[in-house]
Design a protein around this ligand. Sequence first.
Ligand SMILES: [Zn+2]
Length: 214
Amino acid sequence: MCAFPFQDFASLLLGTRCLVCGAPAVACCPACRERIIGKAPHQVRRCGLSVPTWAANPYRPELARLIPAFKDDGAWSLVRLLSCRLAMAVVACRPPTGTVLVPVPSQPAAVRRRGIDHTWMLARRVARALGIEAARLLRRLNGGDAQRLQGRAGRERLSESRFLGTTCRSPVIVIDDVVTTGTSLTVSCEAMRRCGATVIAAAVIGDANLSGKY
Ligand SMILES: [Zn+2]
């Protein structure tokens, strides 16, 4: 038997209040959880998005409390809820057989600070649940890449995208935790397309341009 149960550890970190409504609970109370689960995925509207993009929930009010707590405050007990919601958004994209989930790459400094790549963690859980693949096929450009991509073609590539993709023959769905302006999703899709990949859709948990009244 574990002498230091997970729930106790989470309680030490987060207190024993729902992060959304303040009711006694670890991280998220059953009522808030039900409200989150009860939302149907919706299509995201942003200028520049070149593929159908689905979000599981509005970002506010619930996810604006839960996602930062999951990423920055060690609220690990939320991983199941958040990965289930991301899975719902992916299902709304109607992924064909053989689809690969490709996460928008996290900031390396943030991953080092947090000790974990949360988007990749969610991608793997969703892929496992849906019986499809997840692969880290995108990475952020760094100073070394900028030097290697010299010349006109290289400069054009750099100006087009902050990300570099890896060739993939399977249909791709780009995923992220939250969409705000849509720029990260757009450049991610572009980077994958430049490698010859077929990007069929994008999926996120939270849509930051919608109020909770959606
Ligand atoms: Zn609550």
